[in-house]
Ligand binder design. Structure first.
Ligand SMILES: *Cc1c(COP(=O)(O)O)cnc(C)c1O
Length: 463
């Protein structure tokens, strides 16, 4: 008898072989730490954190196979065997012809933007990502958001809030002309929207439109496997397909990708640029030697490429993704049941607290999400991240804060790292904070770096 389908709940598809000890700090210690950090959770030392939900980037636990892979690192300057393993895995699972490894995602974004964007160009995308947009701007382009309106509404239950609004895209193309649009930047499981997927139907429509106007589709493949999960769950005709085949179908409808392997691909460092166009590849291959390293290692050690090649195969494992998404939903459900305002539907990599609803008494220019992240640390030693007015930065034309529609705190779950008991503690802490929310005050920015200010900005509590 096949009992597999009857199992009522998911469980982690692994046993724990090695542990890293963590410990809780005192309130006094946390008060000193957050003051020292300028009320910016990016500036807290990791040893001062109890449960670290800052990011899912590079924070995953590698498998024993990946650790073993480190030992077969071929650290040759040129032609490392691990590069060829990585190339094989990318070709097999993502389907692109050409590969240029980079030290992480933004290294690939740099290559793509410098090669394809010219001054005065417009780059449409399904919502911005911080580093992606900055590289487009540094290359002389202007980012244009063409995501569906529902993505900007935390309460909307639209199943595919990552979709491209084809009318918005067409209006842009009509206005500036297709030759001013070097490519469309398409992100899977849109991070800034709360980890929201695009649908295959939307991608097929986009593909047809882009073929017609001769505009390449460049995928931000960082969380595309998690996007594939939602396509299977929510889109007709995909219920019986494997994650692996859906991933491949997505890639086959696009022309190339940038990848931060620190997310889906279960490694602590790594990334790549991949494409099908030989001319673009040759430029990227040439440029990578200036900024990252030779084209067969791109700023990585051979062992890092081996771990990535193994991670590509592990990331499409069905049980792995079921547990990954199951854990995120478990945390989200606990918070939702307690009435805590979060972004819906629950995405794959994080729970996003809606700081506008959580702290309606704080004006957006007093950074409610930043303040909430700082309070959560003070309350429970839990480290989260602001994704709101600080992350959005200033409008390059007006110089004012962008005041984005979404003012969020991201509780990001590293893959294969924390247990369900940790999730219980996180939920209890957030709920406690929610009950005392009227006592939380806004922040004043006292140091603002020029680029990607959210990483290094410093704040002071408003009295
Ligand atoms: C993390 C991330 C990047 C940038 O990658 P890094 O590896 O951090 O340089 C780009 N796009 C998305 C969607 C990301 O989440």
């Amino acid at each position: 008898m096949n009992t597999e389908k009857k199992r009522p709940s998911w469980a982690e598809p692994y046993k724990i072989k090695s542990v890293e000890l963590i410990h809780m700090t005192t309130r006094e210690e946390r008060e000193a730490a957050i003051r020292e950090a300028g009320y910016n959770t990016f500036l807290i030392r990791s040893k001062e954190v109890y449960i670290d939900l800052l990011t899912d980037s590079g924070t995953s636990a590698m498998s024993d196979k990946q650790w073993a892979g480190l030992m077969v690192g071929d650290e040759a300057y040129s032609g490392s065997e691990n590069f060829y393993h990585l190339l094989e895995a990318v070709q097999e699972y993502y389907g692109y012809k050409y590969l240029v490894p980079t030290h992480q995602g933004r290294g690939a974004e740099h290559l793509l933007s410098q090669i394809m964007v010219k001054k005065g160009d417009y780059v449409p995308g399904n919502m911005y990502f911080t580093t992606t947009r900055l590289h487009q701007e540094l290359a002389g382009g202007t980012f244009v958001d063409v995501i569906v309106d529902e993505a900007h509404d935390p309460a909307s239950r639209h199943p595919f809030k990552g979709n491209v609004d084809m009318d918005k895209l067409d209006r842009l193309v009509q206005k500036v002309g297709a030759d001013r649009v070097p490519y469309i930047s398409l992100e899977g499981n849109v991070n800034m929207a709360g980890g929201q997927p695009f649908s295959m139907a939307n991608l097929k429509e986009l593909n047809a439109y882009c073929r017609q106007h001769n505009i390449p589709i460049m995928l931000d493949a960082t969380r595309t496997i998690e996007n594939a999960w939602f396509i299977r769950e929510r889109e007709e005709g995909y219920a019986d397909k494997s994650l692996r085949s859906i991933l491949r179908e997505i890639c086959d409808l696009t022309d190339g990708c940038t990848m931060s392997a620190k997310k889906d691909l279960l490694v602590n460092i790594g990334g790549f640029f991949a494409c099908n166009d030989e001319e673009v590849f040759l430029k990227a291959q040439n440029m990578v030697v200036v900024y990252e390293g030779l084209h067969t290692y791109g700023g990585l050690a051979g062992r890092d490429m081996e771990a990535m090649a193994i991670g590509i195969r592990e990331a499409v494992n069905e049980d792995h993704q079921a547990a990954r998404i199951g854990q995120v939903r478990y945390l989200g459900d606990l918070l939702r049941k307690a009435g805590v305002p979060i972004v819906n539907p629950i995405g794959s990599h994080a729970i996003f607290l809606d700081a506008r609803k959580f702290l309606p008494h704080i004006d957006q220019d007093d950074f409610p999400a930043q303040a909430l992240a700082a309070e959560l640390y003070l309350e429970a030693g839990i480290r989260a991240m602001e994704r709101g007015n600080v992350s959005a930065g200033r409008d390059p034309e007006t110089g004012r804060n962008r005041r984005p529609a979404l003012e969020l705190v991201r509780l990001t779950l590293p893959r294969r790292v924390y247990t369900q008991a940790h999730m219980d503690v996180v939920a209890e802490s957030v709920i406690r904070l929610y009950e005392n929310r009227d006592q939380i005050k806004g922040l004043k920015m006292i140091y603002e770096p020029e680029y990607l200010r959210f990483f290094q900005a410093r704040f002071e509590p408003l009295s």
